[in-house]
Design a protein around this ligand. Structure first.
Ligand code: BG6
Length: 500
């Protein structure tokens, strides 16, 4: 794919995400030779900084680039840093746009950027619409006259707080940009192993024929983190695990497992199938189902490796009476021809024993049991897709135990991505930024996808927020969740806890 000359304008450039993720991702692209001939980055935010100060902050003195820069000579680094510019936006984002416009125009002319601009909004969502409006007022949202360049806008999550707010955000952006110009980041889609879900399914003939209700017993997805809410207590307490992880990243994974084969790898074809998949998830509307099929929990203080770990309610920025979930587990069904009656179990939590994201496809046991000497709890085939860490795919299948009789045991066929060591795997932001620079929206979430995900999550959020009978179970930090967490998944053998 070709990357055209272009300018990347980052709003919120003095923030944490810019230094921690965006600039290192850009640096990797630069190092990997992925920049077009002419490229520049213009940081914009409320802080008052010169170009040089910005370069110091995000390049020369950045703790996030330190190790990488050590390996390179000054000239190489300077060339990268010299592509960084900065323009301050005063005290509120509404003013100073004509100044920004002038800066953009002069950078365009001086550096031969062909009028191609991408605007990256690393800002709170409440600023998406006002920034878009200001850009539009300056004539910056579409190429005009002799200036035929492209205009793109890239936005960060959280994308909405509910279905209604997501619709408002979409409408706000779509007043000024066409859907094709809008790139909604979900960094899980930038992960190789998430993309590989589609490749595993649609480039092999050994999985897809079995990928349906006739052969699959249930599907399980676990997303566990060892960290707590860190310094984000204020944000997290208003959000919770369902909004923070499930609505976005996990439902994206679900859509890739559930979707029908697209007719081609064209972005729209893939998005169409994902939307259909998300729409076929059965909405939970009655209280009994909501009670039976959802579970929320919160980590409480405990001791890990002899050190006391705070409970969620003691975290900075968190209401001491908070009911916000740090553990969410949901059981649901997908109402279509392929998946009817196959239960899906998805859980996500902070402060678990290990950091892991994996998908487990549990196949049905053979209809007729020929060999009696088989562990009753371990006789199904499993396909384990490790999203992170130890990226790879594991198949569990039955083999004969050597010796007399027919004793069956599970054996592993295990593929590790790391065995493809000659391939340099791009990190999620790097991959997504490059795609945006090349105008490829495949790995970005489309408006209707985001809305379909919210439509499923909304009733659960409402039920959790408004029904007094919903328990918030405590679980000691560093454990696999509430004591009764297996109750949700009782029709199988409980959750598979990786590493146990
Ligand atoms: C973010 C959430 O989107 O994803 C965080 O806001 C979470 O709370 C993070 O920690 C997890 O991402 P990863 O790539 O580390 O699994």
């Amino acid at each position: 794919n070709k990357t055209s000359n272009q300018l990347l304008v980052i709003f919120g450039a003095s923030g944490d995400l810019t230094a921690r993720k965006l600039i290192p991702a850009l640096y990797n692209l630069y190092e990997g030779g992925h920049f077009p001939e002419n490229f520049a980055v213009l940081g914009a935010s409320r802080s008052d900084m010169s170009d040089e100060e910005f370069r110091k902050r995000v390049v020369y003195e950045s703790p996030f680039l330190k190790d990488k820069l050590k390996k390179k000579d000054d000239e190489f680094i300077k060339k990268f840093a010299d592509m960084m510019f900065y323009s301050d936006l005063g005290d509120d984002y509404d003013s100073e746009y004509s100044k920004l416009n002038k800066r953009i125009t002069s950078l365009n002319e001086e550096h031969g950027l062909d009028g191609n601009y991408s605007f990256y909004l690393s800002t709170p969502p409440s600023l998406f619409e006002p920034i878009s409006k200001n850009l539009s007022d300056q004539g910056l949202t579409k190429g005009s006259g002799t200036d035929k360049g492209f205009r793109r806008i890239i936005v960060e999550k959280p994308f909405g707080y509910s279905l209604e707010t997501a619709k408002e955000l979409n409408a706000g952006l779509q007043k000024y940009f066409k859907e094709k110009q809008i790139y909604r980041i979900d960094h899980y889609l930038g992960k190789e192993t998430v993309q590989n879900l589609m490749v595993t399914r649609f480039s092999n003939s050994i999985f897809e024929p079995l990928w349906n209700r006739n052969y699959i017993h249930h599907v399980e997805i676990t997303n566990a983190e060892t960290v707590g809410v860190e310094k984000r207590g204020g944000y997290y307490d208003k959000s919770g695990a369902l909004r923070d992880m499930f609505q976005s990243h996990l439902l994206q994974i679900v859509s890739l497992i559930v979707m029908e084969p697209p007719i081609s790898a064209d972005a729209d074809e893939i998005h169409n199938e994902k939307v259909k998949a998300l729409k076929s998830i059965r909405r939970m509307t009655d209280t009994q189902t909501l009670f039976d099929h959802t579970m929320k929990g919160q980590y409480v203080a405990s001791s890990i490796d002899g050190k006391r770990v705070k409970g969620y309610r003691e975290e900075e920025g968190v209401d001491p009476d908070s009911k916000t979930e740090t553990y969410a587990a949901i059981k649901f069904f997908v109402d279509n021809w392929r998946w009817k009656d196959v239960p899906f179990y998805v859980r996500t939590a902070k402060r678990m024993p290990t950091k892991v994201t994996e998908v487990v496809i549990h196949f049905k046991t053979p209809h007729h049991q020929v060999f009696k000497e088989q562990d009753i709890n371990n006789k199904d085939n499993k396909l384990v897709i490790r999203i992170q860490p130890d990226e790879g795919i594991l198949i569990k299948f039955g083999v004969k135990v050597p010796g007399q009789g027919f004793k069956v045991e599970r054996a592993n066929m295990d593929f590790y991505y790391s065995s493809l060591a000659d391939k340099n795997i791009m990190d999620a932001y790097e991959r997504l930024l490059l795609d945006a620079m090349q105008g490829d929206t495949t790995l970005y979430a489309r408006a209707d996808e985001v809305e379909a995900a919210w439509a499923f999550v909304d009733p659960i959020l409402e039920y959790w927020a408004n029904d007094k009978d919903v328990p918030t179970y405590g679980y000691p930090a560093g454990t696999w969740g509430p004591k009764n967490s297996d109750d949700l998944i009782e029709d199988s053998n409980g959750w598979r806890n990786p590493g146990e």
